[in-house]
Design a protein around this ligand. Structure first.
Ligand SMILES: Cc1ncc(COP(=O)(O)O)c(C=O)c1O
Length: 452
């Protein structure tokens, strides 16, 4: 059934609402009205199976979680807000629980968005240099194809040229290292015979910039929007060794991967390393409330304050970092993940979805299938031999066809001049085999209809 007054809302949307990352095209997008589990119903009464967890990988425990809504509501009624220069009970309980899942890390700084969590990390790197012996150790390296947010500082560390285009000038003090996508190796090599030239290249950039000027490097553990790219098993261990050699901090941007999206609680935990800083946002409260965190080791925390210098401490505040409903929702979100053993389901259903997606490798336009847990991608090519990327319009058409058939999937959306050719699948952690079968059947039908 369409929503009463649907036509009025659609017209009012077109007239008044400015949609994110969308052309001004004078027509309303899908207007979501109700949702439960993995199902969304739109204003026209059409039902979709949401294989994107809310479009951008965040409603991780699925829709309709009254426990989270009630926890947030109860907290708002009891004590809605006090600035995070003070404390609140859910922030204390949530931080303790979060750190139980992050051995080696010990301090939680709460803010509102992924971009903001990364900006905090960048400010910490600069303050550590100010406080330390090597005053110039302020530059931050980032990787081609990674994304760290929308603010100008975060965009200055963005490895996706089309996301940056038109928004310069950018902030000084950032430099790019090559990506780690084996399917499109920047060095023309193939794994495992490659000796990880992509890591060697990090060291080269670092030395070119000057080790005494580089304070940190930031990675998405598995590049998400930039094409779902999990580096090979040894990549981060070797990168961490380079960081150690040059006293460079390792920041993991877990905004997408954090809170179990790829199987373990954090993406870096696939790789046997402990970062110096970890940022997270989307799945922290499964998007029921906006909350993000910048988590550091005790060493980083200690280095951020120097007694006797009245400015040498982390003079930073996030107004809404003091909203107590955020950590209340995040705490309940973590309890659900634990109680329902959802990480086991992420691993099992991720493997099942991966197996099904791999069957499509027989299609002439499917070049690669990759990812971990429930963050999986499929890369399209014009033909397998040349690996020439399929034009973005065709990928948009494929996603449109899937939506028309009732399944929402994601795609690399205007990030690169020519590599917007990856679709992605990131359903909620409660996804079942039957849901995955439905996603795969629709994919096969849509592939046949759009690409032949
Ligand atoms: C890896 C990563 N980092 C940071 C961000 C920025 O998060 P936000 O949109 O909450 O500012 C995103 C958003 O998509 C992201 O994917």
């Amino acid at each position: 059934m369409p929503t009463p007054n649907a036509e009025y809302f659609i017209q009012a949307d077109v007239k008044n609402v400015w949609h994110h990352l969308t052309l001004h095209q004078g027509k309303a997008p899908m207007i979501a009205v109700e949702a439960e589990g993995l199902r969304i119903r739109d204003i026209n009464g059409k039902e979709y199976l949401d294989a994107t967890s809310g479009g951008v990988w965040c409603v991780n425990v699925g829709y309709g979680r009254t426990e989270i809504a009630e926890a947030a509501c109860a907290q708002m009624k009891k004590m809605a807000y006090y600035a995070a220069s003070g404390g609140n009970l859910p922030a204390i309980e949530f931080s303790e629980k979060l750190l139980d899942h992050m051995p080696g890390l010990s301090r939680v700084y709460i803010s509102n968005s992924g971009s903001e969590a990364n900006e905090k990390a960048y400010k910490m790197v600069r303050l550590l240099a100010y406080n330390g012996a090597k005053k110039e150790k302020k530059k931050i390296l980032y990787r081609d194809r990674d994304y760290h947010g929308t603010t100008i500082g975060a965009l200055s560390s963005c490895g996706q040229p089309e996301r940056r285009e038109c928004f310069g000038p950018f902030v000084d003090g950032f430099a790019e290292v090559p990506h780690a996508c084996c399917y499109r190796c920047a060095f023309g090599q193939s794994y495992p015979g490659c000796k990880l030239e992509c890591v060697k290249a990090i060291e080269d950039v670092l030395c070119k910039e000057g080790p005494d000027t580089v304070g940190a490097i930031i990675f998405e553990p598995i590049t998400a929007g930039g094409g779902v790219i999990p580096p090979v098993a040894e990549y981060y261990r070797e990168a961490a060794a380079v960081c150690k050699k040059y006293e460079v901090l390792l920041i993991m941007d877990e905004v997408v991967c954090g809170m179990g999206r790829t199987g373990p609680m954090f993406g870096y935990q696939h790789y046997g390393i402990v970062p110096d800083m970890v940022t997270m946002a989307k799945g922290v409260a499964s998007a029921y409330m906006p909350i993000s965190c910048t988590v550091t080791t005790e060493k980083v925390f200690a280095g951020l304050q120097v007694s006797g210098d009245r400015l040498a401490y982390f003079r930073d505040i996030s107004t809404f970092g003091g909203c107590a409903a955020g950590p209340a929702a995040a705490l309940e979100n973590m309890r659900i993940i634990e109680r329902e053993k959802l990480l086991a389901n992420v691993a099992a259903m991720g493997a099942y979805l991966m197996e099904g997606l791999k069957e499509s490798l027989s299609h002439p336009n499917v070049g690669d299938v990759r990812g971990k847990g429930l963050l999986l991608g499929m890369e399209f090519v014009v033909d397998k031999r040349s690996r020439q990327p399929l034009p973005e319009e065709k990928v948009i058409a494929l996603c449109g066809e899937m939506a028309a058939r009732g399944v929402l999937i994601g795609r690399t959306n205007r990030c690169f001049p020519e590599h917007n050719n990856v679709i992605n699948f990131a359903p909620a952690y409660t996804v079942t085999r039957a849901d995955i079968d439905a996603i795969l059947t629709t994919l096969r039908e849509a592939l046949g209809s759009v690409l032949g």
